[in-house]
Design a protein around this ligand. Structure first.
Ligand code: HEC
Length: 152
């Protein structure tokens, strides 16, 4: 490759990335497939149950931190993507889940959810997300029925 050609390549790469939706864009984000069974263990190990409820795990011994624990998994009209789930775990304040706003943020508007980024391995995170995703069921949007009315 001569010098001119490599310079051209660099220009092309820079201009391509400039067309992207920005460096925070989830485009191209992809996680390897994880292990659901291990993911459930991760969920228990990190005591997510101290603030959450989930359909298939119970632990009556756990010390609850929230008066009203937040149910994980909900019907949603929007596909919960890996990117969204991962974000809600590693950067919970990015988008506070709607419906929980009342007691889920501190005075500065940040999520009160604990930060696991220094204690959870990437492998654990991948398994955890694989375990959690099927709990978020996707339902089609329901449209309100239109009624015909006539002007006399
Ligand atoms: C100290 C309490 C607390 C702990 C512990 C906690 N969370 Fe949360 N979590 C919250 C709160 C409050 C919200 C809702 C506000 C928000 O979206 O950040 C939330 C939201 C979430 C959401 C988004 C839910 C939705 O419906 O969009 C996920 C997923 C989640 N938590 C996973 C976890 C996992 C996995 C763990 C354990 C590794 C965990 N949380 C531990 C408090 C907690």
């Amino acid at each position: 490759m001569n010098k001119y050609y490599s310079f051209l390549m660099i220009v092309v790469i820079i201009s391509l990335s400039a067309c992207d939706a920005g460096r925070d864009s989830p485009r191209g984000f992809s996680l390897p497939k994880g292990d659901e069974v291990k993911g459930k263990q991760v969920f228990i190990k990190h005591q997510c149950l101290s603030c959450h409820l989930i359909a298939d795990v119970e632990d009556n011994e756990i010390t609850r931190e929230l008066e009203e624990p937040i149910q994980l998994g909900r019907k949603t009209a929007k596909v919960i993507t890996y990117a969204e789930l991962v974000t809600s775990i590693i950067n919970p304040s990015h988008k506070i889940s709607r419906g929980y706003l009342v007691n889920s943020v501190d005075e500065s508007g940040n999520s009160i959810m604990r930060n696991y980024n220094d204690v959870m391995t990437v492998a654990e995170l991948v398994d955890l997300v694989t375990y959690l995703q099927p709990h978020f069921k996707v339902t089609p949007v329901e449209y309100s029925p239109y009624r015909n009315y006539y002007v006399h």
